[in-house]
Design a protein around this ligand. Structure first.
Ligand SMILES: *Cc1c(COP(=O)(O)O)cnc(C)c1O
Length: 217
C-alpha cells in the first residue's frame, strides 16, 4: 500500500460516516523503519509522524525536522518518567499519559521548558496487565486530575487487545471521552483504521500499511 491509498481510504471512511473530509489526522508511524522510507514519505508532503521510543526518535527527528521544519512527531508509545525531559523537548504530542506520577513529572517539565506538547490519556480498555493505560474505572478521576494540573489534555488514546473486536474498545473510549468533555480520539492502526474513523477517531496511527512491514532483524 502507499500513503495516497491510505489517505483515500480515510476520506472514503469519513464520507461514509458523514464526517467532514479531513477531520481525521493521519499519523504515519515511522518507528523502526529505515530513514530512506521515512524521508520518502516526507518528500511526498506528509508532515505528521508517530514514534514509540524516545531514544530512537532522538536519533532521527532532529535531522528530519531541520530539513522539514513543519514536520510534527508524536510519541505514541509508553513514557518512563526518566525520559520526560527529553520527550517534552522533542515531541509535538504525547499519547500515553497514564499515571499520576507521569502526569506530575510532565506538569513540572512543562513549567521548566515553557513548552507544552498536546497530550492524550491512554486508557487500557481491555484491562490487560501488561499494557500501559489507566483502567476504565479510574479514567474519569485521572482525567480530572490531569486537567486540574493544567496539562494540555486534548483527548484519549487506546490500543485494543489483539484478539478482540476493536470496535467495542473504540466505542468505550469515545464514551469516556464524551462524558469528560474531551474531543480527541487517538485510535485505529493499519488493520482497523477505517473502523476507527467510522467511530469518530480524530487521529489514526498507521505504520505498516504505509511503510511496509517493520524489520526488527
Ligand atoms: C506501532 C504502533 C502503531 C502502528 O501499527 P501498524 O499496525 O503498523 O499500523 C500504532 N499505534 C501504536 C501505539 C504503535 O506502537
Amino acid at each position: 500500500m502507499s500513503l495516497n491509498e491510505i489517505k483515500t481510504r480515510i476520506l472514503k471512511a469519513e464520507e461514509t460516516a458523514k464526517r467532514p473530509a479531513g477531520s481525521t489526522q493521519l499519523i504515519a508511524v515511522s518507528k523502526v523503519q529505515p530513514n530512506e522510507r521515512v524521508h520518502a514519505v516526507l518528500q511526498q508532503g506528509h508532515r505528521l509522524f508517530g514514534e514509540n521510543k524516545v531514544q530512537e526518535s532522538e536519533g532521527k527527528w532532529p535531522d528530519f525536522k531541520q530539513e522539514f521544519p513543519d514536520a510534527k512527531v508524536h510519541l505514541i508509545g509508553p513514557l518512563q518518567t526518566n525520559k520526560v525531559k527529553n520527550a517534552v523537548a522533542l515531541f509535538d504530542a504525547i499519547h500515553a499519559v497514564d499515571r499520576p506520577k507521569l502526569a506530575n513529572k510532565l506538569a513540572s517539565e512543562i513549567q521548566t521548558q515553557g513548552k507544552a506538547p498536546d497530550m492524550f490519556i491512554q486508557v487500557n480498555t481491555g484491562e490487560e496487565p501488561q499494557k500501559a493505560g489507566i483502567l476504565p474505572a479510574d479514567a474519569d478521576a485521572f482525567i480530572k486530575e490531569c486537567i486540574a494540573m493544567e496539562l494540555p489534555i486534548i483527548g484519549l488514546m487506546v490500543i485494543p487487545p489483539v484478539n478482540e473486536e476493536s470496535s467495542l474498545h473504540f466505542t468505550l473510549l469515545r464514551k469516556i471521552a464524551e462524558r469528560n468533555g474531551l474531543t480527541g480520539l487517538s485510535m485505529g492502526m493499519s488493520g482497523d483504521f477505517e473502523r476507527a474513523v467510522a467511530l469518530g477517531a480524530t487521529h489514526v496511527r498507521v505504520g505498516s500499511a504505509i511503510f511496509g512491514e517493520r524489520d526488527y532483524g
